[in-house]
Design a protein around this ligand. Sequence first.
Ligand code: LER
Ligand code: MN
Length: 272
Amino acid sequence: MKNFKIALSSADAANESSPILLTGSICENLKTAGTIGYDAIEIHLRENDDIRYEDIIKTGEQNKVKIASIVTGRLAVQRKISLTDASERNASIAYKGVLKYIDIAARFNTDIIIGWIRGKRLTQSRDAYEALLAEKIKKLETYAQAKNVRVFVEAINRYEINTMNTAEEIMHWIEKYKLVNTYVHLDTFHMNIEEADISKAIELCGKKLGYIHFADSNRYYPGAGHIDFESILKSLDKIEYDGYLSVECLPFPERTIAASKALKTLKNIIDQ
Ligand code: LER
Ligand code: MN
């Protein structure tokens, strides 16, 4: 099987109910990820954080650990706003915030994740929500493309967001609105709830799959629940997926133990 690149989630701080493994400064997290054996970290941060680019790029190079993606979720969670917010003022703050995340991703030569920041469907029809989101993402993806940054839109389960929960829905939306620099972002935890057939969902995305989060059915590390990761990796191999497998799971029983166990589960399958 292909030697996939493996990443894990990181932030400066996170509580135990967030699916974030490494906590600390970005430089500390790059070092820890390298010591455990990961290829990259994904970074959950605020768009206006003070970022020491030179130090981080140097530390990444020294430890041979890359930045897999920049995650926008904190802007949504901390400010309680979204790109499709009922308040135009909030939608505009969210939009400008995502532009800043794209600037950060460009400095690190990586891509951005659009998860909760896309917002819930309110009183409008499904079509109206999708058209509104597409209008925002179209402008964002053009801005990002000029900076060589791709946009990954995540399919999230129904208990967290009330629309675009499956791979097929995101694919359909991307195709309908002819989004060229926007890709499907899957998450095995959400897929276990939403997809009738996880492998078929991956294969449906094909080259439009940009990114995938890994957690088990209970959102603990892969190997702690009942998801069949072997068939998932086989499907990713089949579509010649060349992005990251990014571990985004709860820090159970402890952050670095979960990180090591996740890596072991995935490597054992890859090395078979
Ligand atoms: C949310 O459950 C999730 O999976 C994150 O990646 C949100 O952006
Ligand atoms: Mn996720």
